[in-house]
Structures are given as C-alpha cells and as structure tokens.
Design a protein around this ligand. Structure first.
Ligand SMILES: O=C(O)C1=C[C@@H](OP(=O)(O)O)[C@@H](O)[C@H](O)C1
Ligand SMILES: C=C(OP(=O)(O)O)C(=O)O
Length: 414
C-alpha cells in the first residue's frame, strides 16, 4: 500500500485521538503475566509487536516467529531459556536475523541456559531448551541495547534467588531499564538500579493486581510533529499522564522549543497539544541516547521547520528496524535536505526548501513512515509501503486523517 498525503481541510470540531497502550509497557507486562497470572492488564497495545509476543507465549514446543519485534525477540529469549520444558526455535524476519543477540545469549548461557544458534553465530534464529536457571549473578554489556537488560530483569523475580546484574560500559536507553524496574515494583517485586548494578529479589507469588497501560508516547511524537509543522493545530490525546514510565514523555520539553505547548488535563488523563507563536531556534543540539525512538520524528520536524539540528547519542539506530541513520539521510536528502551522519550522530543543515511529490521509502521501518507523514502539512508527499505502521501503531493512518491530513491510499502496491 502506498499513501499519498497532502494538507486537507482542518476539521471544525476538536480533534481527539486515543492512541493505544505503550508497546514497551505491554510487552513487559505480558512476560510478567506469564509468570504471575494474577496480573490483569488494561489498554494493552494493539501493535503487531504485542500480538506476536502474546502468540509466542502460548507456545511451549515448536517454532515461534516474532517477525520484526525486537522486544519480543529479546524478552522471549530470556523467558524460554528460564522456562522448564520449553523447546522452541525462536525466529523472526530477515531483518531480525541481522539484529545482534549475542550479548543476551552469552549472559543467559553464563546463568546456565541452553541456547544454540540455528544459523549464524550471534544472531537469531535461536534453538532454546528451557531449564531451571540456578545462578543469580551475571555481567552484561550495556552499551548496545537496553532490551537485553530488561529481558534479564523480567525473568529475575522468577529465578530461585533473584538476580544481580552488573552492567559494563556506558548504559544506553536508560529510561527503558527504569520502566522495567518500575513495572516490577508495581506488581510487588523488590528491586534496585543504582550506578552499574541492578538487584532484583525473587518472589513466589504476588497479590492480584490490575495495571492500566498508559498510551504510547513514541506514537504521540507524530502528533507533536504535526502540531509543530502546522499553523494552529490543536490535538487532544487520550490516556497520558505527567507521571509516565516512558522516557519518550520527554517530548513535552523537546517540542516546547519547537513551538508545541502541552497541557495535562488531570481530570480525564488527556493531554492537549497546541501551537505557540515563538521564535524558533536557529539550531537544536540534542543527545537522544535516552530517547532513541524520537530521533526520526525530531529530524523530520526540524527539516520541515527549517531548523538545523545536531542529534547525538544515536549509536543504537543502525541495529533497529533498519539502519535509521542511513535511511534518514537518504530520504531527507531526496526532499532537498543536506545531512551528515557518522556512527552516532546526525547533522541536518538549515534549509527552507522542501521538494514536492517525493516518494519516501520506509525500509520496513514503521517509524520512517510515521515520522515523514507530518511533512504533508508542508508539501505533497508519498509514503511507500505505508502498511509498515502496524508494527507499533496499526490505526496510525486513520488517526492522522482526523487531523486534516488528506490521505489517498493505493492498495495494489506494497
Ligand atoms: O525496551 C524497550 O521497550 C525498547 C527499548 C529501546 O531499544 P534499545 O534499548 O535497543 O535502544 C527502544 O528503541 C525500543 O523501541 C523499545
Ligand atoms: C526499535 C524499535 O522496536 P524494537 O527494537 O522493539 O523492534 C522501535 O519500535 O522503534
């Protein structure tokens, strides 16, 4: 499917959008629920990544295919390794087979796990035979993906004596580790994350607990970008709060400097975004090591606004759904930008011209499609393979149409 986008009529009534629950919170809670069935979850993510994890958790023997879902791959690796009786081949899309997993596999093997590489050393697919893991101390490199660490933390309370995790190197994507710890605490597990050490206590059973997943801040980023690129758009987004577990709630501050004001409506747990008239900065300098999933949205917003930016802390982007640094450079330059990248940063030069009628490639990366879509407020633009959004946000196109973006889909192409 391709999506042809352009600016349409601004809706006359208030725009109210309910984004589904955070995929990061949902996927953690599903793993915890598999260990402690008396957790009930509300506002679960309707993303493909959550559906594949949920399906995978029902399998004890056989093949589990998690497609493109990084969290499902990493969390299920740890889950099956510690699940006595499990005998699975855990695999994913071609891209998933290029995304490294050796750091997690080594850590689990050091705890006694039985995991073999079914094809290439260091990469999925994995052959996992679940065992009762008895050890309780492990060291892991923390500079490539926090998902490896969250995976260990999620099985930690189910291990006989819990787990002490020592982190080596500069810790990346820290808010996601904090999210895992907080969710553990919310179900009654005791744990601590201090410096380079994480300690999680074991627990045999927990009290009944009901958890309402907050909506997905990474998905909200595309509406921040739309408001920033608009003349006077106002959008209300449901089920968000100031006390978020998600690091991407940093959007509130980040987009403040790009002219988006956020009001938290505590009476109904919504946020209202509106455009402020401010003098835009000439240039933005941001370290996004704590919020890697916002890099594409922010780079495209800056381009659309004619603001130059230097984004750093992006060393994890090349092992995500695609090499996101390369993809951003290629597609922004098609639109007329000048972009330099190196292994962990992106520089976008100030430019006020945006080419019209460009077709943006998405490289099987949902965030490429969603990050470029708001440019429709500035020029006519086509998004190729627009269906990729379902990885995290299946209703994205439906919701963006509510904001007055005119979308025409050609179904026959994919
Ligand atoms: O734990 C999580 O839910 C996630 C952690 C981050 O990955 P890295 O830790 O690999 O940067 C993020 O990019 C991903 O979308 C979700
Ligand atoms: C990187 C992402 O997901 P994952 O690593 O879980 O595939 C993402 O959603 O942007």
């Amino acid at each position: 499917m391709i999506a042809n986008l352009k600016k349409g009529e601004l809706p006359s009534e208030n725009i109210k959008i309910n984004i589904c629950g955070s995929k990061s919170e949902s996927n953690r809670l599903l793993i915890l629920q598999a260990g402690f069935p008396n957790i009930s979850i509300e506002n679960l993510s309707d993303s493909d990544d959550t559906a594949v994890l949920q399906k995978g958790l029902k399998v004890l023997k056989g093949t589990v295919d998690i497609h493109h879902a990084g969290t499902a791959m990493r969390f299920l690796t740890a889950y099956f390794a510690a699940k006595e009786g499990a005998d699975v081949l855990l695999t994913g899309s071609q891209r998933m087979q290029d995304r490294p997993i050796e750091i997690l596999v080594n850590a689990l093997r050091n705890l006694g796990a039985d995991i073999e590489y079914a094809q290439n050393e260091g990469f999925p697919p994995l052959k996992i035979r679940g065992k009762n893991l008895q050890k309780n101390e492990v060291t892991i490199k923390a500079d490539l993906s926090s998902q490896y660490i969250s995976a260990l933390m999620l099985i930690a309370p189910m291990l006989p004596t819990g787990l002490i995790i020592s982190l080596e190197g500069k810790i990346t994507s820290i808010p996601y580790i904090e999210m895992t710890l907080q969710l553990l605490k919310n179900i009654g597990v005791t744990g601590n994350f201090d410096g380079n050490s994480i300690v999680i206590s074991p627990i045999k059973s927990i009290e009944d607990v009901r958890i309402v997943v907050e909506s997905d801040w990474s998905s909200a980023s595309y509406f921040y970008s739309l408001v920033a690129l608009s003349e006077n758009l106002q959008i209300t987004l449901g089920n968000f709060s100031e006390e978020s577990l998600q690091g991407d709630a940093a959007l509130v501050q980040l987009y403040n400097s790009l002219g988006v004001e956020t009001v938290f409506n505590t009476s109904d747990d919504t946020i209202s975004l509106s455009k402020k008239s401010i003098e835009l900065p000439d240039s933005l300098l941001l370290n996004l090591a704590n919020t890697p999933d916002l890099a594409q949205t922010i780079a495209v917003s800056c381009f659309g606004l004619g603001v130059s930016c230097r984004l750093t802390g992006l060393h994890t982007l090349k092992i995500k759904e695609t090499d996101r640094l390369m993809a951003l450079k290629t597609e922004l330059e098609k639109l007329g930008a000048s972009v330099q990248i190196d292994s962990n940063s992106l520089n976008l030069e100030k430019s006020l011209k945006i080419s019209k009628g460009i077709a943006v490639e998405t490289y099987q990366d949902h965030r490429m499609a969603m990050a470029f879509a708001p440019l429709a407020l500035k020029t006519e633009i086509t998004i190729n393979s627009a269906g990729v959004v379902s990885k995290s946000y299946p209703k994205f196109w439906e919701d963006i149409e509510k904001t007055g973006v005119n979308c025409v889909f050609e179904q026959f192409k994919n």
